[in-house]
Design a protein around this ligand. Structure first.
Ligand code: MG
Length: 253
């Protein structure tokens, strides 16, 4: 184990402490930070905006690192099929994420081949997007799933061609300094205003045959082994179907 890994492990462990602390009695401070919340769909004032309808400067192609080749028309981003999955340039730990997505109105294909995309927390844990309106597939692969692990509590999908919203609270896994998992990842997901994952304990990365947590890992389609104990980028999946996006923002927690 090299010194860099030990240092990164220490930083990741020592920096993970965003849980609220109880305050008893009637103290007048410290005051919570004042921000502006969501107003008519616009991001909160402390949000990191990852797509505002104008450009994809916050993203790059997962393999080549080159600029996104997805289309932007009228403020809407659409997968350019086959041009590749995108990865955020910035890395994140615990986040609150908002993303709006829309499977194509024209129904093409079925099951996993109909309106499939997904957003991967830390490039490892996929929150599945799928056109799940009257479209049977394996239950832990439908919209609102922690992919291949947990089906949603209910199917809150809209018909194809309508916008849908995910609001995600993600708690990143924590590793000990020796790379042993100390605490797994957790996901809470609200789909179109409905709770579909309630502080769900993620069993590990969602794309291997068996979910796994590894301190040194190879994230989805990134094609390189890296330290996975700290902050990691998001992925937005090109699964070969027409899915559109708008209004992507997050808050670091
Ligand atoms: Mg997917």
């Amino acid at each position: 184990m090299n010194k860099l890994f030990l240092l990164l492990s220490f930083l990741s462990v020592s920096s993970v402490s965003n849980a609220q602390t109880a305050i008893l009695g009637n103290p007048v401070g410290p005051l919570p930070e004042t921000i502006t919340g969501v107003i008519e769909g616009s991001p909160p004032s402390d949000a990191i905006v990852l797509f505002d309808g104008v450009n994809m400067d916050a993203w790059k192609h997962v393999g080549s690192g080159e600029a996104s080749q997805w289309h932007i028309d009228d403020g809407v981003l659409t997968v350019n099929n086959g041009s590749g999955t995108l990865v955020s340039k910035q890395s994140f730990g615990d986040i609150q994420l908002h993303i709006e997505w829309r499977p194509s109105e024209e129904i093409i294909g079925e099951g996993q081949s109909r309106g499939n995309s997904g957003i991967f927390m830390q490039s490892l844990f996929e929150i599945q997007m799928l056109d799940s309106w009257e479209n049977p597939t394996y239950v832990n692969g439908q919209a609102g799933s922690v992919y291949h692990q947990y089906p949603p509590l209910v199917n809150a999908s809209n018909p194809p061609g309508e916008w849908q919203a995910y609001d995600i609270i993600f708690t990143a896994p924590i590793y000990d300094r020796d790379g042993t998992l100390q605490s797994p990842a957790y996901v809470t997901l609200i789909h179109n205003g409905v709770l579909v994952q309630n502080h769900t304990e993620v069993l590990g990365s969602t794309f291997p045959a068996v979910p796994e947590y590894k301190a040194i890992c190879e994230p989805y389609e990134i094609g390189e082994t890296m330290d996975c104990t700290g902050k990691l980028p998001l992925l937005l999946q090109d699964h070969g179907q027409v899915v559109s996006f708008r209004n992507i923002w997050l808050r670091e927690l």
